[in-house]
Design a protein around this ligand. Structure first.
Ligand SMILES: Cc1cc2nc3c(=O)[nH]c(=O)nc-3n(C[C@H](O)[C@H](O)[C@H](O)COP(=O)(O)OP(=O)(O)OC[C@H]3O[C@@H](n4cnc5c(N)ncnc54)[C@H](O)[C@@H]3O)c2cc1C
Length: 389
């Protein structure tokens, strides 16, 4: 078992590390100022500019296959990059990527949706959640009914990331109520100008998702992604595209936060000594250090399984659950170590505190990850201790 990174892996990681330090971290005070004025921390033009700068050094389409102009990096490498990007709260991701399920589009759809999404000309959003169906995604009720040559979509989606900015959505609708998720759900590619509208949802985080409203939105048959009735499988493929990537980003955030806590503990004095000398503080630092390393290896192991073509769902659920729970515990300890200052908006700890909270909710809540993990163990799909085969 060799945990060392190859020379190439180290070079790629170090490039991103430097990019984060040089291009993103200096923007943090301005990002905080704007967000506190209720504006986006970074404008679309600034994001494009940063993405182009990264592209000049070859960082474009991190996981996009090379035939589409991407880097086609491995899952492990992508997880390492996400961890670097997580070291700042500046909302940045590399350009040149598209939702995995758009690669299932037919040739004509690829020209209209996949390629412009990769190039950044078009923006997509993924819409399955509804007011009455979140964890229980099979309970969706948005309907698509055949009318002549067209399909007519009615219903409401909620909490859709990018729903305010997207110019098309991949929306999941029931096309056969009797079959439900087993052959009765279809995915449609629907442009905003075909008739859906979005409404902003205010959250405790810095970016608001949207409700999408469909009232008699009429689309031709050519807007179906994949096959009629096969939408639920596509939705699961989208959700399963990289559960390890969300906790991977949290690794970087926890590294940065723990570093801040260590600096503060070493310099803040109470009762004549740095608080770092108090066992209560040392234990918080120690626990956070151990949990951060445990999270790193859960994430990298899940990513390694993806690269090996193994069924990584169990490992990814464990990484997502552990990442959500532990990142929240770590940021809470870091806030505690900073005392009153941790609670203020002068420091970014509260910013991370709010952002990391989401990790326990979206793309499968803690409870749903536990449900999956427990089911795998109880039904024997995964052997206890079977991680090494
Ligand atoms: C900021 C944000 C962005 C999002 N982005 C998207 C997006 O882009 N596209 C999209 O389609 N969706 C998106 N979502 C929706 C997200 O995936 C759902 O919110 C999530 O799956 C939980 O569903 P819910 O909110 O309906 O909660 P519910 O399913 O109603 O759950 C409520 C509580 O009950 C628990 N619970 C539910 N079932 C069980 C069970 N069987 N056993 C034990 N506990 C259970 C849950 O864990 C939770 O604690 C986003 C959500 C947020 C907040």
């Amino acid at each position: 078992m060799d945990f060392t990174l190859s020379v190439e892996e180290r070079e790629v990681r170090d490039w991103v590390r430097t990019f984060v330090q040089r291009e993103l971290v200096p923007r943090e005070p301005e990002v905080l100022r704007r967000e506190r004025d209720g504006k986006p921390g970074i404008t679309g033009d600034e994001l494009d500019e940063l993405r182009l700068k990264a592209k000049e050094s070859g960082f474009w389409g991190v996981q996009t296959p090379e035939e589409y102009g991407g880097m086609g990096l491995s899952a492990v490498m992508t997880a390492l990059l996400e961890a670097e990007l997580g070291k700042t709260f500046v909302p940045f991701s590399f350009g040149g990527s598209a939702d995995n399920i758009l690669f299932h589009a037919n040739e004509e759809q690829k020209q209209r949706y996949l390629l412009p999404t990769i190039s950044g000309e078009r923006k997509s959003c993924f819409a399955i959640t509804e007011p009455g169906a979140g964890s229980d995604a099979k309970a969706i009720r948005t309907s698509a009914k055949k009318d002549g040559a067209d399909w007519v979509i009615n219903g409401e989606k909620t909490f859709i990331t990018g729903g305010n900015e997207a110019d098309f959505t991949m929306v999941f609708a029931v096309t056969d109520p009797e079959k439900g998720a087993n052959g009765g759900v279809t995915c449609f590619l629907v442009d905003r100008d075909m008739g859906w509208r979005s409404e902003y949802i205010d959250t405790m985080g810095e970016w608001g998702p949207a409700s999408l409203i469909f009232e008699d939105v009429r689309v031709p048959e050519s807007q179906i992604l994949g096959e009629v009735g096969q939408g639920f499988a596509l939705a699961m493929q989208w959700i399963g595209r990289g559960r390890y990537l969300l906790p991977a980003r949290a690794i970087g955030s926890c590294e940065r936060l723990l570093t801040m806590a260590i600096e503060h503990a070493n310099t803040r004095e109470t009762f004549g000594a740095p608080i770092a000398e108090r066992q209560a503080i040392q234990w918080m630092i120690a626990d956070s250090g151990v949990e951060l390393e445990a999270l790193r290896w859960l994430v990298l192991h899940a990513a390694w399984q993806v690269d090996q073509g193994l069924d990584s769902r169990h490992a990814q659920s464990m990484a997502k659950l552990y990442g959500g729970v532990k990142a929240n515990e770590i940021v809470d300890r870091v806030l505690q170590i900073h005392g009153g200052m941790g609670y203020t908006r002068e420091l970014p700890v509260e910013r991370w505190y709010r952002e990391l909270r989401l990790l326990r909710i979206y793309e499968g809540t803690d409870e749903i990850q536990r449900r999956t993990i427990a089911r795998n163990l109880l039904k024997g799909h995964v052997k206890v201790g079977g991680v090494l085969g």
